[in-house]
Ligand binder design. Structure first.
Ligand code: NAD
Length: 362
């Protein structure tokens, strides 16, 4: 099987962590028949420096023609004085929009070796293995009317609208149920159906879609209760399905239960393909110093094999290779604790790639 992947390292540590992720892809290419052809593109601040814009048409086409996109991170202080319309982050927005990515997936999983990195008690977090499926292109952030208007009496009024059509709800619900089937077969749909009519429709449509997935358990939860349950008993969740705004907040809450931002992968899916990227940014404070944790990006690559290429075994092998590196006591600085060995970005990438090689050969 041959696929193409458009790779955009971006700026700052994006360049460093993507280089390590490529070692993982090279290892899979060497030892399996799933062949990914890398086509490297340029996006973000690096593109502004070279072409004056955060994403050229040529690079957009590169992304559109690939089977999947892998992105490091974009942005940095150098480009902050620029107008919003040509900031590096615009590249991300353009890619998400043009690729039609309507589902954002953020897993939160605690590695047993990092239990003490969380701010919560070990016995509360030890069973966390959940994924937030967030609707990404509709709801309160995009629906109209929106804006700030001036009333006839001179007072200003701000307006945003929470609106969803049933097809928008149906397609994201399907993704959540499909993912649940690959996991522990439980979906918690989060809404505020007791006060928001749009989310009452959400609840009804999710129930309709559920009829096609009788093997998956479905329960509903109000968003305020979900926020509370995530810190009280996060082990109860498998797949959390929710709208754009609730998902924005809950996915940050859920991922931070597990410790460092350097460990958090993400995926955004559309009708076809997908974009994979670490949750973190370009970390200008540590860029170019071989200090960045490449694990978030490497786990994003695992998600790419799982969700776009349907290669669950390869995804699991990559996750095991990461676990083994942690088990053997290797840590980048952000997850260091006493008694472990600090390694740089490159060394961590080499260790994980070597572990993966052993796992795939076994
Ligand atoms: P950031 O995620 O880059 O960094 C926040 C903190 O976490 C920093 O102290 C950083 O050193 C640390 N950190 C982040 N990733 C790490 C890793 N892999 N290993 C070890 N430590 C890590 O967020 P920020 O400082 O708010 O933003 C910096 C720049 O990145 C800004 O220009 C911002 O706009 C951009 N940004 C881009 C994306 C993206 O490309 N998706 C996301 C967020 C921020």
């Amino acid at each position: 099987m041959r696929y193409t992947v458009a790779v955009f390292p971006g700026d700052g540590i994006g360049v460093e962590v993507v280089a390590e992720a490529r070692k993982i892809i090279d290892t899979v290419n060497k030892l399996t028949d799933v062949q990914l052809e890398i086509r490297e593109g340029i996006a973000g601040g690096a593109s502004i420096d070279r072409y004056g814009v955060p994403l050229t048409d040529e690079n957009l086409q590169l992304a559109l023609s690939a089977d999947a996109v892998l992105l490091g991170a974009v942005g940095g202080p150098k480009w902050e004085p620029l107008d919003y319309s040509i900031r590096p982050e615009r590249a991300l927005l353009a890619l998400r929009k043009e690729l039609g990515l309507f589902a954002n997936l953020r897993p939160a999983r605690v590695f047993p070796q990092l239990l003490s990195a969380s701010t919560l008690k070990e016995d509360v977090i030890k069973n966390i293995d959940l994924i937030v499926v967030r609707e990404l292109t509709g709801g309160l952030y995009f629906a109209t009317p929106k804006g700030v208007e001036t009333l006839p009496d001179g007072r200003r009024k701000g307006v945003n609208t929470l609106a969803y059509t049933e097809d928008e709800i149906r397609r994201i619900a399907k993704i959540a149920f499909e993912i649940a089937r690959q996991r522990r077969k439980k979906v918690t749909s989060v809404d505020k159906a007791n006060v928001l009519e749009a989310t009452e429709l959400w609840r009804n449509v999710v129930e309709e879609v559920h009829k096609d997935y009788p093997d998956v358990e479905l329960n509903h939860m109000y968003v305020d209760n979900c926020a509370m349950q995530l810190v009280r008993n996060p082990g109860q969740f498998d797949v959390i399905l929710t709208c754009n705004m609730f998902g924005d907040i809950l996915s940050d809450e859920a991922s931070m239960l597990t410790g460092s931002i350097g460990m958090l992968p993400s995926a955004s899916l559309g009708e076809k393909g997908g974009m994979y990227e670490p949750v973190h940014g370009s970390a200008p404070d540590i860029a170019g110093q071989d200090k960045a944790n490449p694990i978030a990006t490497i786990l994003s690559v695992a998600m790419m094999y799982r969700y776009t290429f349907k290669q669950d075994k390869i995804a699991e092998a990559i996750e095991k290779a990461v676990e083994k590196a942690l088990e053997d006591g290797y840590r980048t600085q952000d997850i260091y604790e006493e008694g472990t060995t600090v390694v740089g970005t490159k060394k961590m990438g080499d260790i994980i790639a070597a572990n993966l090689e052993n796992i795939l050969k076994a």
